[in-house]
Design a protein around this ligand. Structure first.
Ligand code: NAD
Length: 437
């Protein structure tokens, strides 16, 4: 286990998120000057970890962030947390593959959030063994560390909707800029936990395997633990890239003025959940651990917060006043055409429901990326120069040839389109982003 300061001394500053300003000094490592046991957050320097840490730190609760800083740019999150919260933040630069370091960290913890992971399907296809070692073995290391304790602290583990596979058996139909299931029940509620597990991609396998271990360690060894099968999470402190974190990635690309690659036809649908709502769910899971332990829950924005890739381009168009440039490429391996979480099991058990809707959440993330991280907008091309714009007055989606006609037809379906209060040039189109009736 290495302190953050020592890590920086040995390795120099890790390559930062390219568009962040190189501002502040590196944070000094501080040992918490308090007596309360910290909350252990593995992967605590990452996007979700930083937000969880901030929530606890804001009420004076110390945290121990356990992270190997392998994700480029995340040391910026540590700098920010330390600048904001001082010595309530304890940082250990260590790998979840290091079982001794993990044991030491687990011994100190009052609660655990296990977020550290190799997070990208794409990387798992290139290095499946590394993916397994971090996600499956790393989780088992943590569970073993907890099993060795007399009173193991409760654990929330973050798994993924990829445990349900590519869902190719689900019959879909096209509706405007999106896919939707033919089955009205699925359209109304999304996929519940009774959906058979069907791990696809090495990432799906390693996270699914880890999630099964978490549930079994709860069942077999009495470790108070739950697993969240999470859909797409987005929010502040997210440095999304093409491999993971698509909402933030699209926004960053748009702000940079770089083309966005769309893999597939862009009609893929996800339910997206703003990170603050996820943290509410995390807290409730810990509060209700007595009754929830040993259970898996599908967690996401649910049917009320769904969006397709093309629809996100619409929102970006409204925010920026012009359409981001796009390029289309082949479908990615195991990409689900439609995944929406049925969140009823967790909602019924805890009273939780998402509060931040898609439009507000995306707008908050967009403005945060723009304002605080100096992702600069590039000058807007004149319409005549812009490769993806054909209609001067429109922010409508331009898709690849095969799908354009259907999409344009759909745009004309007035009953499915409602006008927004004008943003930017006032000529953007709003597609339905909420529950599909
Ligand atoms: N963001 C999402 O949409 C989403 C969706 C489903 C599941 N999840 C899961 O939620 C968790 C957090 O995701 P995130 O979006 O915050 O990702 P992130 O990449 O921002 O954070 C993960 C953190 O883990 C650290 N890490 C990676 N390998 C490590 C290792 N071997 N040892 C110690 N630390 C390591 C990284 O440096 C990073 O700070 C992950 O487990 C991910 O699989 C995320």
């Amino acid at each position: 286990m290495t302190t953050f300061k020592a890590h920086m001394k040995q390795n120099g500053q890790a390559k930062a998120f390219p568009r962040l300003t190189e501002t502040s000094r590196l944070p000094e490592i501080t040992k918490a000057s308090h007596n309360r046991k910290p909350i252990l957050i593995t992967g605590g320097a990452g996007f979700i970890g930083t937000n969880v840490a901030h929530r606890f730190l804001s009420i004076g609760q110390p945290v121990l962030l356990y992270d190997n800083l392998s994700r480029p740019g995340v040391q910026k999150n540590l700098e920010w947390l330390q600048a904001t919260h001082g010595d309530l933040v304890q940082i250990e630069v260590a790998d979840v593959q290091d079982s001794k370091a993990l044991c030491k960290a687990a011994r100190q913890a009052s609660k655990v959030f296990h977020l550290a992971a190799q997070v990208a399907v794409t990387s798992s296809l290139i290095e499946p063994i590394h993916d397994f070692e971090v996600n499956a073995r790393g989780t088992l290391n943590l569970l073993e560390a907890l099993r060795g304790l007399e009173n193991p602290p409760p654990l929330v583990f973050t798994s993924t909707n990829k445990v349900y596979g590519d869902l190719k058996d689900v019959k879909l139909q096209m509706n405007e800029g999106r896919y939707e299931p033919v089955d009205p029940n699925l359209r109304e509620h999304g996929f519940g936990e009774s959906r058979p597990l069907n791990f696809h991609s090495p990432y799906g396998c390693s996270k699914g395997c880890a999630s099964q271990y978490v549930l079994d360690y709860s069942r077999t060894f009495g470790i108070p633990a739950v697993a969240f099968h999470m859909s797409c999470i987005y929010g502040l402190h997210q440095f999304g890239n093409e491999d993971q974190g698509w909402v933030a990635h699209f926004l960053i690309k748009a702000l940079e003025g770089s083309p966005i690659n769309i893999f597939g036809d862009g009609r893929q649908v996800r339910d997206i959940l703003f990170v603050e709502d996820l943290i509410d769910a995390f807290l409730l899971a810990h509060d209700h651990m007595d009754t929830l332990a040993g259970e898996a829950f599908n967690i996401g924005g649910g049917p009320a917060n769904t969006i397709s890739l093309l629809e996100l381009l619409d929102i970006i168009c409204e925010l920026q006043g012009h359409r981001p440039e796009t390029q289309f490429a082949d479908w990615r391996s195991a990409d689900q055409r439609y995944y929406v979480s049925d969140i009823q099991k967790f909602s019924t058990a805890t009273g939780w429901s998402p509060k931040v809707n898609v439009r507000d959440g995306v707008s908050r993330l967009y403005h945060w990326l723009k304002e605080f991280h100096a992702v600069q907008s590039v000058p807007v091309l004149k319409t005549s120069e812009h490769p993806t714009r054909r209609n001067k007055s429109s922010c409508r989606i331009q898709t690849n040839g095969a799908s354009r006609n259907g999409h344009q037809r759909a745009i004309k379906t007035a009953s499915r389109i409602k006008r927004l209060a004008p943003i930017g040039n006032g000529k953007c189109v709003d597609r339905k982003l909420t529950k599909i009736s």
